[in-house]
Design a protein around this ligand. Structure first.
Ligand SMILES: [Zn+2]
Length: 149
């Protein structure tokens, strides 16, 4: 388990980490071609609990608020798209008004790149939080994700 006093931020995905890279980024058996974009590190814990997702993550650090994307790790995400060339980006922001607005905003920013953009299926009830969703609901939301065109 992570020792709280030693917590850092992963320099690649901004998950909490003990070293420069988090355990997920260090794991070369994970699918390097799929990146799941989440709002907060706690969402990663929930998604990991499903055992369904084997790709990588990118923590935004929040949502668009009042049309502003300050402090969100969007330019870092674009850099990863350019350098790591993932095949798919899953926009797994929460199914809330802000989360949906953020997914739409990211779609506009990212559609010029050669990467498939998907969004979690609507198994999650609107207004709910990924962090609190149960494993079965989250698994099905992941498995039934749809492409954003
Ligand atoms: Zn990481």
């Amino acid at each position: 388990m992570l020792a709280i006093q030693n917590l850092k931020t992963c320099r690649r995905c901004f998950n909490i980490a003990e070293d420069d890279l988090c355990e997920i980024c260090k794991d070369l058996h994970r699918d390097q071609k799929i990146v799941c974009v989440v709002e907060e590190p706690l969402d990663i814990i929930s998604l990991e609990r499903t055992g369904t997702f084997k790709g990588l993550y990118h923590v935004l650090g929040g949502v668009i608020f009042g049309g502003k994307d300050e402090n969100l790790k969007i330019s870092e995400l674009i850099k990863r798209i350019k350098e790591e060339k993932p095949e798919e980006i899953i926009l797994a922001t929460n199914p809330t008004t802000e989360g949906d607005a953020t997914a739409l905003y990211l779609k506009k920013k990212l559609q010029e790149y050669d990467v498939k953009l998907t969004r979690l299926a609507r198994g999650l009830s609107t207004g709910s939080d990924i962090e609190y969703a149960d494993e079965i609901t989250l698994s099905s939301a992941l498995n039934n994700r749809r492409e954003l065109k």
